[in-house]
Design a protein around this ligand. Structure first.
Ligand SMILES: C[S@@+](CC[C@H](N)C(=O)[O-])C[C@H]1O[C@@H](n2cnc3c(N)ncnc32)[C@H](O)[C@@H]1O
Length: 203
């Protein structure tokens, strides 16, 4: 999987996607997950999908093939989001989705498949992660292609009241408390009245 990405045209996509003026929060510049450059490198970006899959397999070891483990975990998550939204949003449709901390887009793609008529935005601080998913997505013909935004989830630059669903999936456990506060405040800011914030994480 890693070789396939490294030998693709991901580098061109990276040039288009990155915001060279983005200022990273200090915690993001620390070594992380045993990578000296934290999340800001090609190595971590290409190893993230196999790592994500193996985490799911560890949670549900009996699932075979390995993709089945991810599907079970994500289906549980998506069903809870859908139920909650139906119950509390006055049955309003999900038209706009923001996936903060989308990484290589696994959560964003699952959300898009659950709510296919919605316009989704995947946002992350690592342009390496975004380039990996954007390069792959460019080959697909989705009716509403996902937008990929290189920004800090604490200050997205996106309009207030513009999303029906804001997701923070497996993001907060990687952040210091002050960043979690910033992320949740920003999620509330961009959420439409009656919208849903889905905050999911490891216990
Ligand atoms: C474990 S990954 C998320 C995985 C993904 N949401 C999923 O469910 O497959 C955590 C992500 O949060 C991102 N992140 C951390 N702090 C952030 C911030 N302040 N703004 C945006 N993204 C952030 C990291 O770059 C990383 O990609």
């Amino acid at each position: 999987m890693t070789k396939e990405v490294l030998e693709s045209d991901v580098y061109e996509v990276f040039e288009r996607i990155q915001d060279p003026n983005l200022v990273y929060p200090d915690y993001y510049l620390n070594p992380f997950h045993a990578y000296d450059e934290g999340n800001i490198s090609w190595l971590v970006a290409v190893e993230t999908e196999p790592a994500t899959m193996s985490i799911a397999k560890r949670a549900i070891p009996e699932a075979t093939p390995i993709e089945e483990a991810s599907q079970i975990i994500r289906d549980n998550w998506l069903n809870v989001i859908e139920e909650h939204h139906l119950k509390y949003s006055g049955n309003s449709q999900v038209n706009d989705i923001l996936d903060i901390g989308c990484s290589i887009g696994v959560s964003t793609r699952y959300l898009t498949e659950k709510f296919p008529s919605a316009q989704a935005v995947g946002l992350d601080l690592s342009s390496y992660f975004l380039a990996v998913v954007a390069q792959r997505e460019e080959k697909l013909s989705r009716p509403k292609p996902i937008r990929w935004v290189h920004a800090n989830g604490e200050a997205t630059g996106l309009s207030s009241n513009s999303f029906d669903l804001v997701s923070l999936a497996y993001v907060c456990h990687e952040c210091p408390a002050r960043a979690i506060t910033g992320l949740v405040k920003e999620a509330f800011k961009v959420l439409r009245p009656g919208g849903t914030i889905a905050l999911t994480d490891n216990s």
